[in-house]
Design a protein around this ligand. Structure first.
Ligand code: ZN
Length: 44
């Protein structure tokens, strides 16, 4: 699930797996669907 964060007056979309920031929600969702970062915190 993509998190939203405010930074420099703009809204960014953050990959919850690796913390990468995107300025577009769709980009963030597509990245996260393919993110291969380890430690998915919500699967434990
Ligand atoms: Zn990621």
């Amino acid at each position: 699930m993509v998190a939203t964060t405010e930074r420099d007056g703009s809204t960014w979309f953050e990959c919850e797996r690796c913390g990468l920031l995107f300025d577009d929600r769709t980009d963030a969702q597509q990245h996260e669907a393919n993110c291969d970062a380890e430690e998915p915190s919500y699967i434990q």
